[in-house]
Design a binder for this molecule. Structure first.
Ligand SMILES: NC(=O)C1=CN([C@@H]2O[C@H](COP(=O)(O)OP(=O)(O)OC[C@H]3O[C@@H](n4cnc5c(N)ncnc54)[C@H](O)[C@@H]3O)[C@@H](O)[C@H]2O)C=CC1
Ligand SMILES: O=C(CO)COP(=O)(O)O
Length: 376
């Protein structure tokens, strides 16, 4: 993206695709930051309610939306003259949604993922799906992630997020319009770490929900959160993310928010599982998207491909499959690794890795950099 293109217009015209709880809330963030926002909703009646009553009563009851938001169910009209496009649909529907805009999305504008999932079947991150389906330069793509429970933000409770792009100028332009008096966007260029932080904390939040549902207390949850961060960091670093990103807003920050809140759909889904409901019942009862339920399988496949051990995520998948009784969930206590062939890992599995994991992740990141340097 050129320097000129990165400049932010005085009153940007922004399109948000997906009028669920996050797409609508983010539209408010953008409008309160000075943008004119067009929100695309699948259902014409929802578009009408947002446009005329400035409400989205299904997803954000009691919240008044700014006048600078309009809405339409006509996706071509929604994208006309857009200077930024944000996408906030369920991860597993992204590809299908993008197919219908591939030909009509304005050229050379930033496209930003607000989603926190991995595509089943391909294992692609959302920014990778954007890049491959829209066939656009990755420097035009950004992702936004952080401790961002929609309803709290819609009520203007202050928080922060990270906007990440391989191109710092793109990240900065997006962060500028995604900042207002109650929402601050920071920037980085670690798209991999930022996206995986958002994906993985959902899985740990499901685990926390499960132990909550079973009735276990704070010690259990604190150990799962701490060990969960180790899993998140190891996984993201194995794929080229930076460990510091996982200690930031998109990792630890989001993990704390999501694990601690009954507003979290992932946490809620976990709690129902912990109370003994089946996966099928939980899916049926969820009115909104709980991304962790769909991400667990592709995440475990990606972890296996890099030899990353993820006992918490594995046990979540076993509870979902009905092969593990929720009350037996104690992933931070498992010692499966002890029988593994790698001596180093056997040792690691018995240690508290808080700091050790970070050091190991840093070492792996430096090794990767050094190897890259050698091969170029
Ligand atoms: N709600 C939250 O607090 C936050 C959500 N996110 C992420 O934002 C993304 C969207 O989540 P939410 O807005 O919360 O979900 P939601 O369930 O509230 O809304 C999803 C929206 O996508 C639309 N949609 C378009 N195509 C669809 C399809 N084929 N199938 C189903 N729905 C379709 C739905 O009509 C609905 O308006 C997720 O990846 C989520 O992880 C990220 C940060 C915060
Ligand atoms: O991503 C979120 C908070 O940052 C929202 O979490 P849930 O999808 O679990 O509601």
């Amino acid at each position: 993206m050129s320097r000129a293109a990165a400049r932010v217009p005085v009153r940007p015209r922004v399109t948000v695709l997906g009028a669920g709880s996050w797409g609508t809330t983010f539209s408010k963030v953008l409008a309160d930051g000075g943008s004119d926002v067009t929100l695309w909703a699948r259902r014409p009646e929802l578009a009408k309610e947002i446009r005329e009553a400035k409400r989205n009563s299904d997803y954000l009851p009691g919240v008044n939306l700014p006048l600078a938001i309009t809405a339409t169910a006509d996706i071509t009209a929604a994208l006309k003259d857009a200077q930024f496009v944000f996408v906030s649909v369920p991860s597993q529907s992204l590809r299908q949604n993008l197919e219908q805009i591939r030909e009509i999305i304005p050229a050379d504008i930033p496209v930003i993922s607000l989603m926190k999932g991995v595509e089943k079947g391909t294992g692609l991150r959302m920014s990778e799906v954007l890049e491959s389906v829209l066939e656009i330069d990755r420097n035009r793509i950004a992702v936004a992630s952080g401790p961002n429970l929609a309803l709290e933000i819609a009520k203007e409770q202050p928080t922060a997020a990270v906007v990440s792009s391989t191109n710092l100028e793109t990240a900065e332009a997006v962060a500028k319009i995604a900042t207002n008096r109650y929402f601050r966007s920071f920037v980085n260029t670690d798209v991999i770490g930022t996206e995986f932080g958002g994906v993985l904390k959902n899985l740990i939040a499901v685990a926390i929900g499960i132990v909550d549902g079973v009735g276990y207390g704070e010690n259990t949850k604190a150990s799962i959160i701490t060990r969960g961060l180790v899993e998140m960091t190891d996984f993201a670093v194995a794929y080229g993310g930076h460990p510091e990103t996982l200690s930031g807003l998109a990792g630890l920050g989001d993990l704390i928010a999501t694990s601690g809140s009954s507003l979290s759909r992932n946490n809620t889904a976990g709690r129902l599982l912990g109370q003994g409901y089946s996966f099928a019942d939980v899916v049926k009862s969820m009115q909104q998207t709980a991304e962790g339920l769909a991400s667990v399988a592709p995440v475990l496949e990606l972890a296996a491909a890099k030899g990353v051990d993820m006992p918490i995520c594995r046990q979540v998948s076993e509870v979902l499959a009905g092969t593990l009784d929720p009350k037996d969930i104690a992933p931070h206590l498992t010692t499966d690794d002890d029988s593994g062939p790698q001596g180093e890992r056997t040792l690691d599995a018995r240690q508290d890795h808080g700091g050790a994991a970070l050091r190991r992740s840093l070492k792996r990141a430096f090794d990767q950099l050094r190897n890259r340097g050698r091969s170029s």
